[in-house]
Design a protein around this ligand. Structure first.
Ligand code: HEM
Length: 214
């Protein structure tokens, strides 16, 4: 984010590559270690975890909030943890990686509007459509805007890696506990599946539909 604020797209790209490698090699791959447990063995200690759950992972929420997926209602799981709560509140109140990316594009002369709040309003939809229109210039002629193109692709890598973690996690969860309710009180697999389409950079995904053969 600091490199983006300084307008240094190549350096930001370099850092994002590191982030993606760590995400993929450490976070996505390690989740499968859990599958080496038999469901019946996991059940042997599952009740002792109750009511703890992944909902209490402040690091996971911090990654989401910092990247651009802010959901204030998720703070409720940290009411008994003042330090985590304060840290997450700070993240909620601070600009995100997505904000930093859009600001860099504005500084480079792109007409990308600021989206104040994500909702179903016409204004919000229009703002996203305008962003996609501007991004299309980059994706249609990558050579012309190569540093921005490369940077944007590393942000898509981050989104893809978070989505991959979610897919691998929910698959492991289904394999171990099936459709049992989560210890954190959610529906379990049903809830986790509903998170699979979350994106920090939806416009960077939507632009692909608009690309045409030159
Ligand atoms: C067999 C092992 C596991 C099971 C059965 C399991 C199950 C679940 C379930 C059912 C949820 C939904 C929340 C709830 O109601 O509890 C959840 C959320 C979550 N779990 Fe796991 N989990 C397992 C392993 C892990 C591991 C190893 C990690 C971290 C490395 C992890 C991290 C998370 C996170 C961060 C969430 C929140 C996801 C979100 O809200 O989008 N889980 N897990």
């Amino acid at each position: 984010m600091r490199q983006l604020a300084a307008g240094n797209a190549p350096r930001a790209t370099w850092f994002m590559r590191r982030v993606s490698t760590i995400f993929r090699e450490v976070l996505v791959n390690q989740i499968h270690i859990l599958e080496t447990m038999m469901p019946v063995d996991f059940l042997g200690f599952r009740s002792k975890l109750n009511p703890a759950s992944g909902f209490q992972s402040s690091q996971f929420r911090e990654i989401e909030f910092a990247a651009g997926m802010k959901e204030p209602r998720l703070l409720q799981f940290f009411i008994n943890e003042p330090e985590s709560l304060a840290q997450l509140q700070k993240r909620l109140d601070s600009p995100t990686l997505a904000d930093a990316f859009w600001k860099l594009l504005i500084d480079r002369g792109f007409d990308v509007p600021h989206v104040i709040e994500e909702d179903d309003s016409e204004a919000c939809q229009k703002a996203h459509a305008q962003r996609v229109k501007e991004l299309r210039k980059v994706y249609q002629e990558p050579e012309k805007y190569y540093d921005i193109y490369e940077l944007a692709e590393t942000l898509v890598d981050l989104d893809e890696n978070i989505a991959l973690w979610r897919m691998h996690h929910v698959t492991v969860v289904e394999r171990i506990i099936g459709f049992k309710q989560g210890t954190g009180g959610s529906e379990g697999v049903g809830y986790l599946r509903s998170t699979l389409t979350k994106r920090c950079f939806p416009d960077l995904w939507n632009v692909r539909t608009m690309i045409e053969l030159p």
